[in-house]
Design a protein around this ligand. Sequence first.
Ligand SMILES: [Zn+2]
Length: 85
Amino acid sequence: MVQCAVWNCNSSNNGKDCQLSFFRFPQDKVLQRAWKSFCRREDNFNPATSFICLLHFKSEDIENRMQFEMGKSRELTKKEKINHV
Ligand SMILES: [Zn+2]
């Protein structure tokens, strides 16, 4: 089961929210830290096994990330920031 790492977010792929997309934490340490602080969690969870759900991204962020993951873009641009809650 995939569960969103963001504090107070109940999204998971188990049950009625199964249509929701989840994004793996980036490999990049700086981005990883940014994502982690975005989650506002007290516990020191492992980013390598964590996900953040679609709800915390803006559509242009997702588009860029998709292209990156599909190999169309070699690097993530500055849009790869989470600034939407
Ligand atoms: Zn979430």
